[in-house]
Design a protein around this ligand. Sequence first.
Ligand SMILES: NC(=O)c1ccc[n+]([C@@H]2O[C@H](COP(=O)([O-])OP(=O)(O)OC[C@H]3O[C@@H](n4cnc5c(N)ncnc54)[C@H](O)[C@@H]3O)[C@@H](O)[C@H]2O)c1
Ligand SMILES: [Zn+2]
Ligand SMILES: [Zn+2]
Length: 371
Amino acid sequence: MSITTRAAICFELGTPWQIEEIELDPPKAGEVLARMGGSGLCHSDEHIVTGDLPWPLPMIGGHEGAAVIEEVGPGVMSVAPGDRVIFGFIPACGRCPSCSSGHQNLCDLGMYMGAGMQVSDHTARHHRNGQDLNLMCMLGTFAERTVTNEANCIKIGDDIPLDVACLLGCGVGTGWGAAVNTGEVAAGDTVVVVGVGGIGINAVQGAALAGAERILAIDPVEFKRQKALEFGATHTAADWDSGFDLLQELTWGRLANVVINTKGLGEGADIAAALRLAGKRGKVVVTNLHNAAEATVAMSALDLVLMEKQVRGSLFGSSNPRADIPRMLDLYRNGKLKLDELATHRYKLEEVNQGYDDMRAGRSLRGVITF
Ligand SMILES: NC(=O)c1ccc[n+]([C@@H]2O[C@H](COP(=O)([O-])OP(=O)(O)OC[C@H]3O[C@@H](n4cnc5c(N)ncnc54)[C@H](O)[C@@H]3O)[C@@H](O)[C@H]2O)c1
Ligand SMILES: [Zn+2]
Ligand SMILES: [Zn+2]
């Protein structure tokens, strides 16, 4: 029997999220029905609205969620009704070559991440007036209830509120891992984080925890620069150029070991700008999304060769959701990872557009929908 629930849906590019009643089918084999407890407002959902990420509409937004399992479909082994879970925004099957070689963020099932349907049989459980609805990252966490796959569920304990736990489903793992895993930040390093939003702020705290000596956070918004200092940055700048001048001075011209791009929307020219901040053997970590149609980036290839610089892409911070989400939870429990301070603004589901207004205006660090 289908049930009725409410969800925030993007029907057309450039239009606000619409809160609608929808019909939700029961979970099929390998799937779970979950009641959402918290959902973070990540910039990636904004890319659905702008079309920078050209995924199928209408789409239920949200991919940074934590929930309580209410029902499981046939064959589900790893979770049961009543379990509390964080959703990884990439499924981790545990069996494919990527999963079995320690790269769950690149699980083969991830190829369906933007397809909108259930990963099990490529059909929809979510409908409105007979029309199938797509799901952001096969999750659709901007909803009171959703159906998704067991492969996305990471079971957690009872000691952490779901509207805090949800942040680990995307923003924290992505930012923290961009520094710790992809950037391989080491003790004594100089790190630059460009763009201090929900992702960048976690790159700052990841770099700090990994022992970086200098962390320069670049963001045009003063509030963001202040927050960066609270999360472990040692210096801030308002733009690339003043950041470069400061970095020259701080490092006697040696520049950064790791530069992490996390501004809201990447542009081709940012790659050259980031490489300029990187020193010899410096790594540029590209975490932010660029428009899907962008095919050209600027960079000096000679500089790349002569200084052995590197450009690295980073998906969910090169983290393994099943290993790293519990690891980050422990860091939080031990007071080493800040989670409570990240969610500066909380909203009801029907306030999701206000949440994105606040994100765009730079008023929030991370907005969270509580249910
Ligand atoms: N690779 C992944 O796995 C992954 C996962 C989640 C999000 N993302 C992407 O990461 C990016 C950041 O997401 P978010 O949720 O942190 O966004 P956000 O909107 O919270 O933060 C973006 C920040 O960039 C800053 N900014 C804008 N223009 C800038 C400029 N010219 N120089 C410096 N800073 C500037 C903004 O002030 C803001 O603080 C997005 O593109 C998002 O889609 C990638
Ligand atoms: Zn995200
Ligand atoms: Zn896999």
